[in-house]
Ligand binder design. Structure first.
Ligand code: ATP
Ligand code: MG
Ligand code: MG
Length: 388
């Protein structure tokens, strides 16, 4: 489909699913990550680089082997990418290094969004990780507030909910040695998310608005479409699109939002890459988020409605498969039940099972949300009556 080689910084599950989409289009990919990482397991090539996406020398090695460089994780070394832009002017890097810089520090991301008139959760920097400064934060934002690491956060690892002033010492201990900021508590009724893909010439295409349900800070379920009125979906879409238009460069973005009791919508955070809340697109939409990302960074066609649901009655629920907390691999029982359920597809990432680690996901598709939920109930063992 395209003779250019795509290099991917990171070979986890997102990289693996980009590779799957690329393989189908016969697009060559090379990956930088540890040997036998999930993406490398499904891509036989001598050109992959063993190393780390945060190591400048390894990034340079990968850059030598590709025409377009992309990421599956934003925690990469931006100065190296900026140097590469100078050293290899023909190499395309998407998302743009500047976008990665603006997003990878969550506080800089907030400042950028505010500067562009985008509604976000109120945040304050925490220059000094001390009890006194957090007492001041509590006074300004009220309790509870969320103390967050500015960098290297995922699955809530990097967040601490400070419910009252007595919890301040524990919060400082848990997040010690990390650059911090604090966020006002968002009293949301639902969490919404949307995948948005941006073309090389700056056009934005939105996927449907979805609803994510988190358990222990990790996404558990994703309902597509979100169970909110159309007017809220439209408002969320406009907010997210405006946010994405403020970042340079192309590629796919995941936008997480809070839908508050007051009806207000606030952006929680943005990911400049494929996102967990977009996994449902593989089975529910005309084009998956992974293929859309490739089309964007390679400037391939993005025809009308290519981000829409496959049919007008498509409803989907995505269930994350996490490593069982007590018995290794026990989560595979859930996958077996999914295999026996109509309209359900199992994705396993080739990762070793560890408690609460994302090791796969299940997409459930049906012509109504009620039917999706019925199927979900069987898969999760809430009911033992198999779905016909
Ligand atoms: P991800 O894996 O999505 O990158 P993360 O580690 O960056 O996660 P956040 O998205 O900041 O973490 O927060 C994780 C979850 O914690 C949110 O989805 C939400 O449920 C809750 N949360 C975060 N910030 C707030 C807030 N200000 N008010 C209320 N809940 C919050
Ligand atoms: Mg995050
Ligand atoms: Mg998040």
């Amino acid at each position: 489909m395209d003779s250019r080689t795509v290099g991917i910084l990171g070979g986890g599950q997102l990289g693996r699913m980009i590779v799957e989409a690329a393989n189908r289009l016969n697009i060559k990919t090379v990956i930088l990550d540890a040997e036998n990482s999930p993406a490398k397991q499904i891509s036989n090539s001598n050109d992959h680089v063993n190393g780390s996406f945060s190591n400048p020398l390894d990034i340079e090695k990968l850059a030598e082997k590709c025409d377009v460089l992309t990421i599956e994780i934003e925690h990469v070394d931006v100065p190296t990418l900026k140097n590469l832009q100078v050293k290899h002017p023909k190499l395309k890097i998407y998302p743009s290094p500047e976008t990665i810089r603006l997003i990878q520090d969550k506080y800089i991301q907030k400042e950028h969004l505010i500067k562009n008139g985008i509604a976000v959760t109120q945040s304050v920097p925490v220059e000094q990780a001390s009890e006194t400064s957090l007492l001041n934060v509590g006074r300004d934002l009220g309790f509870p507030f969320v103390l967050k690491s500015r960098t290297l956060a995922y699955d809530g690892r990097g967040n601490f909910v400070v419910k009252n002033k007595e919890m301040i010492p524990e919060a400082l201990e848990v997040l010690k040695d990390r650059p911090l900021y604090a966020e006002k508590w968002a009293p949301f009724t639902k969490e919404l998310a949307v995948m948005i893909v941006r073309s090389v010439n700056g056009l934005v295409f939105s996927y449907p608005i979805v609803e994510t349900i988190h358990k222990d800070n990790i996404c558990d379920l994703c309902y597509a479409p979100a169970r909110v009125p159309d007017s809220v979906q439209l408002k969320a879409k406009l907010l997210a699109e405006n946010a994405i238009k403020s970042f340079p460069g192309c590629g796919i973005f995941g936008v997480e939002m809070f839908y508050l009791e007051t009806g207000e919508l606030l952006i929680n955070e943005i990911a400049p890459r494929p996102h967990n809340s977009g996994h449902y697109t593989i089975d529910a939409c005309v084009t998956s988020q992974f293929e859309a990302h490739l089309r964007s960074i390679l400037d391939l066609p993005m025809p009308k409605n290519f981000t829409s649901f496959s049919t007008i009655t498509t409803n989907a629920i995505m269930l994350n498969v996490l490593g069982d907390k007590h018995t290794k691999d026990k989560e595979l029982e859930t996958c077996e039940r999914a295999l026996a359920t109509p309209g359900s597809s199992v994705y396993l990432y080739g990762k070793e099972s560890r408690p609460n680690r994302k090791v796969g996901h299940i997409n459930i598709i049906a012509s109504s949300m009620a039917e999706c939920e019925q199927r979900l109930n069987y898969i999760t063992g809430r009911t033992d009556i198999p779905i016909k």
